[in-house]
Design a protein around this ligand. Structure first.
Ligand code: LAN
Length: 639
């Protein structure tokens, strides 16, 4: 059984030693991709276009709308954009699916109720007027860096999305008019387009799209920026556009035109099309578009990142070693070791300070080295995996390079003792009150997370074992302190990048245990009690994305193998691996496994910015194997 799971993992390894799979889920990425290409006078290849339409049709909600992700209730944002993308891809307005979509959209008041990013993309296509947008002045990039609201202080994903947005906004970029766009302006709005009060539309957001309320402060800032927009100097704007373009060039170079994520990627392509039509930048961007495309059973989608390869590979290694059958998986592990070696970032990005980049040397990214943005916890998982491979004689990363990875990790620790994702926290927490996205939470500032903190603590502890003289004790102690402070009164930790409390608690617990917390530590007792109280009658655990949105444990309809695995891994760590609770969890997990060694697909286990679910394809192959390997070490030998 464990052996069959191990074989499934081994069989699905790529030739380069990684695991590469579907990283879909969000339903706004495809439409933004199609819209940006349309602005460039292009369209996806016919097979891609058809695949994207299949994907959209399969994930249309019963009410006619589309959700933020494949499991979400309908939003105006994603419904308007998926409708437009379908029309731009040749679907006629009378198509029954689009008739239903239109009915839902009109019932919500049309695109005026969309979350802000939807309005922005519509404006790019000339389907919404710029006057109806909250201003995104590119001049912010010219402010002194020392100001707490300089764009360089924002979470890198947020600033890299608003960077091209600012340029496009400053230019009032708009796709060339076509008859289809004119038709769309008639179809999208319940009222005549000419009759829309655009200024009033700035303030509108439908209840479906209003997850993060617009604060008094945000509205005040928007009003001030609105006044500025009316009086702005043309010369200053020209300089701001130039600086934005320079920043985009820096990002393109540092990422080999992959860009940090799918949104800034396609917006950069559109920007370069307008700035230097048919120029080398456009060609370079087009060549890297396929990096984001994913063909799956449910059609073609735009992945949330260029891949999740490093992350999955580092976890796969840990799961295989934990399964106690490292010898049997030797070849698989050797190939994975090669991949880990090949993906470490060995140098800082070019002119890092000029482009507001933190030094990168030694870090591991989430996907591939070419992507160029290393992350705290990806580096930590990379270090952990290499050090696990070492006693097997399989580690390929030198001590010196592992030392650089550790330096990278240390350089990212925050003043509060925790670790954020890509950079140490740069902006004040109050910036979050200016979150203009409506549909996401926690996008403004990169703050400390339980996941990143625990992974970094574990990596530093592992490093200390092989390099006893390393000066990491204080960093570990401060990390532990952060973990203790962020445990909730009920014993759990709230995860930010996986669903949700089961994920966060696994990290909280394993971080404390790695740093030496004894099994009778009250924090571990409370975590264990929290998990046991949430176990289902059938022995499983189950949590859905709704947990993240509502910030309380919300169970799914059935047990989930991934949630159950995280709970079991936590119980093993707290010393409760032999408990009745763990035994029942193991029995459920074994019973749920199919004859082919796989676990049946289940709701998405990944999340970002508290609202959007994302699919980690390899998790169902990694975590049950890992959990069974540790919670039922002899179970595997039986078969
Ligand atoms: C990711 C993917 C990896 C993920 C982990 C390393 C797993 C996590 O531990 C830290 C956060 C991080 C790096 C992360 C942050 C948010 C991302 C980049 C994503 C979930 C992939 C897609 C998402 C990105 C923000 C999607 C684009 C949407 C925006 C709101 C900009």
């Amino acid at each position: 059984m464990t052996r069959r799971a191990r074989d499934v993992l081994a069989r699905t390894q790529e030739g380069d030693g990684s695991w590469k799979g579907d990283y879909g889920g969000p339903l706004f990425l495809g439409p933004v991709y199609v819209a940006a290409l349309y602005l460039m006078g292009r369209a996806p290849e016919p097979d891609i276009r058809e695949g994207m339409l299949t994907h959209a049709r399969l994930h249309q909600n019963a009410d006619g709308g589309w959700g933020l992700d494949v499991e979400s209730p309908s939003l105006v944002f994603t419904t308007a954009l998926n409708y437009v993308a379908a029309r731009l891809s040749g679907v006629p307005a009378e198509d029954p699916a689009l008739v239903r979509a239109r009915a839902w959209l009109h019932a919500q008041g049309g695109p005026l109720g969309s979350g802000s990013w939807g309005k922005f993309v519509l404006a790019l296509l000339g389907l919404y007027e710029y006057e109806g947008l909250a201003p995104v002045p590119p001049e912010l990039w010219l402010l002194p860096r020392a100001l707490p609201f300089h764009p360089s202080r924002l979470w890198c994903h947020c600033r890299m999305v608003y960077l091209p947005m600012g340029w496009l906004y400053g230019r009032r970029a708009r796709a060339p008019e076509t008859p289809l766009l004119a038709e769309l302006r008639r179809e999208l709005y319940p009222e005549p387009y000419e009759a829309v009060d655009w200024k009033a539309a700035r303030e509108r957001v439908a209840p479906s799209d209003a997850y993060t309320p617009r604060t008094f402060w945000l509205r005040a800032v928007n009003r001030v920026l609105g006044v500025y927009e009316r009086v702005h100097s043309k010369r200053l704007r020209a300089r701001a556009l130039e600086e934005s373009l320079a920043q985009m060039r820096g990002e393109d170079e540092a990422t080999h035109f992959i860009c940090i994520g799918p949104i800034n990627k396609v917006l950069h392509a559109a920007v370069w099309h307008l700035a230097r039509p048919e120029g080398p930048e456009v060609q370079a961007h087009l060549a890297r578009l396929p990096d984001y495309l994913q063909r799956s059973d449910d059609g073609v989608k735009v992945n949330g990142y260029n891949s999740s390869q490093l992350w999955d590979t580092a976890f796969a290694v840990q799961a295989l070693v934990a399964s106690g059958q490292a010898e049997a998986a030797r070849e698989t592990l050797a190939r994975a070791a090669d991949f880990l070696e090949a993906q470490q970032v060995l140098e800082d990005s070019p002119r890092a300070a000029r482009f507001h980049r933190h030094p990168s040397r030694g870090g591991w990214p989430f996907s591939t080295r070419a992507h160029g943005w290393p992350i705290s916890d990806c580096t930590a998982e990379g270090v952990k995996a290499c050090l696990l491979l070492e006693p097997l004689g399989l580690n390929r990363v030198s001590r010196e390079r592992l030392g650089h990875a550790v330096e990278f990790i240390l350089s990212l620790q925050n003043r509060d003792g925790g670790w954020a994702t890509y950079e140490p926290q740069r902006g004040p927490r109050w910036l979050e009150r200016l979150n203009p996205s409506d549909v996401f939470a926690g996008i403004m500032v990169d703050t400390s997370y339980v996941e990143c903190t625990s992974a970094c603590v574990q990596a530093l502890v592992a490093w200390r074992q092989v390099a006893p003289s390393a000066a990491v004790d204080r960093a570990i102690a401060r990390g532990v302190d952060f973990l203790r402070r962020t445990q909730r009164a009920d014993g759990s930790w709230e995860g930010a990048w996986g669903v949700c409390f089961s994920y966060g608690t696994w990290f909280g617990v394993t971080g404390l245990v790695a740093a030496g917390a004894p099994q009778d530590d009250p924090a571990l007792r409370r975590a264990s009690a929290f998990l046991c109280a949430r176990q289902r009658a059938d022995g499983a655990w189950s949590e859905t994305i709704q947990s993240c949105r509502e910030r309380r444990w919300v169970e799914g309809a059935t047990g989930h193998a991934v949630t159950t695995s995280w709970a079991l891994l936590s119980l093993v760590a707290t010393g409760d691996g032999a408990s009745e609770s763990a035994r029942r969890g193991v029995a459920w997990l074994r019973g749920w496994q199919g004859a082919d060694g796989r676990w049946p697909s289940e709701p998405l286990a990944g999340v970002f910015n508290r609202t959007c679910a994302i699919h980690y394809d390899a998790y169902l192959r990694i975590f049950p194997l890992w959990a069974l390997g540790l919670a039922d070490p002899h179970g595997g030998e039986a078969s």
